[in-house]
Design a protein around this ligand. Structure first.
Ligand code: GLA
Length: 385
């Protein structure tokens, strides 16, 4: 299997944490369908940590907690599949999961088989409690090999948070996605940290092995397991825009059973999702160069990605505390004055169409604000009459 696009879905952790159970999983799956989120592409329903009993069963097998999952995992997976959705689960490569439940260390082949039998389509694989004498790359390769031979196509979603230079070795495990950030909480500083962390990791993102910037906090509004403070809608919009521009997997973390119309329309934004799922999977570049910004530059930047149709995704981002005018020069996009080209810009949020003027793309952005455009290269001087 080669994952040509970043996967999309919903994950239980951000909202439910340890209080995950069959009821909330099924209700959330139903809400994905009834809200239209499934049709927008969010199809994986992932049960995160805290689903198992603390001890394995008599044959060494993982056992779902019968109080939380009274019908077991296979029937639950069948119900999720019957809704046209896909079924995701969670384990860990260390001595136990992050919340202290059994992990798959040295049980990779048995557990991969169990997940396959339960009809699992996606496995999130965490990095807590790695034994001192074992390397992360070996542990991920072990599960990657077991999944590749389990008789079922299971997306392998590595989750080592970019630790121990994950970017340099995760490709050897066959992981389809890899967490390139620490956990994202529901506040602006956390989102900002995740975006800045990406800058040095963007060159490692590629088709078949996508950088996963963690679950989305859009729509959490300070509630739930990671709801630390909440964000403004401007900040949620910038968060979602950055994840799409950087081509991260998109896993909703809010309570989709009680989602606001505002959050729903952002998460369903076709133009942004189209950029996230663009099949070209070209590398992102930043202007000014991301690394410079990371060190001591202004907290105002453009991020750009070539798209499959020959156009560009252009994002302007204002991470300062003031309203600012963000500018991107066509010359820096490869459209010097002698190219005799300019760009037609479609604003992904509003659908408004505009054009580059005097060789620049610019927008006035509020603090923590952004604008993402789909830019079509068209004939004409950079300088408009
Ligand atoms: C880690 C992961 C989170 C979540 C928790 C569960 O912190 O990064 O995404 O899975 O473990 O315990």
């Amino acid at each position: 299997m080669v994952l040509n696009r970043p996967p999309m879905g919903w994950n239980s952790w951000n909202t439910f944490g340890k209080d995950v159970n069959e009821k909330v999983i099924l209700e959330s799956a139903e809400a994905l369908v009834s809200s239209g989120l499934a049709d927008a592409g969010y199809r994986y329903v992932v049960i995160d940590d805290c689903w198992a009993l603390r001890e394995r069963g008599p044959h060494g097998e993982l056992v779902p907690d019968p109080k939380k999952f009274p019908h077991g995992m296979k029937p639950l997976g069948e119900r999720i599949h019957a809704m046209g959705l896909k079924f995701g689960m969670y384990s860990c490569c260390g001595l136990m999961t992050c919340a202290g439940y059994p992990s798959s260390l040295d049980r990779e082949w048995q557990d991969a088989q169990t997940f396959a039998e339960w009809g699992v389509d996606y496995l999130k694989y965490d990095y807590c409690f790695r034994p001192q004498n074992r390397k992360g790359e070996e542990l991920y390769r072990a599960m990657g090999l077991a999944l590749a031979n389990c008789g079922r196509e299971i997306v392998f979603a590595a989750c080592s948070w970019g630790a121990d230079e994950t970017e340099k070795w995760i490709g050897t495990s066959g992981a389809d996605t890899w967490r390139s950030t620490a956990d994202v909480f529901d506040n602006w500083r956390s989102i900002e940290r995740a975006v800045v962390k990406q800058f040095s990791l963007l060159p490692y993102r590629k088709k078949g092995c996508f950088n996963d910037m963690d679950m989305l906090v859009v729509g959490m509004n300070g509630k739930g397991n990671v709801g630390l403070g909440g964000c403004t809608f401007t900040e949620y919009t910038t968060h979602f825009s950055a994840w799409c521009l950087f081509q991260s997997p998109l896993f909703i973390g809010c309570d989709v059973r009680n989602i606001s119309d505002e959050a729903l329309s952002l998460l369903k934004n076709e133009a942004l999702i189209g950029i996230d799922r663009d099949e070209k999977c070209a590398q992102v570049y930043c202007l000014p160069a991301c690394m410079a910004w990371e060190e001591d530059g202004d907290r105002l930047f453009a991020a750009v990605r070539l798209l499959a149709d020959g156009g560009l995704a252009v994002g302007l981002f204002n991470f300062t505390e003031q309203e600012r005018n963000a500018v991107c020069l066509l010359n820096d996009l490869g459209l010097g004055v002698r190219s005799c080209k300019r760009v037609q810009l479609t604003d992904c949020l509003t659908g408004a169409v505009s054009f580059s003027r005097n060789g620049v793309i610019e927008a006035v952005l509020p603090p923590h604000g952004s604008a993402v455009y789909r830019a079509k290269i068209i004939s004409g001087q950079g300088i408009l009459p």
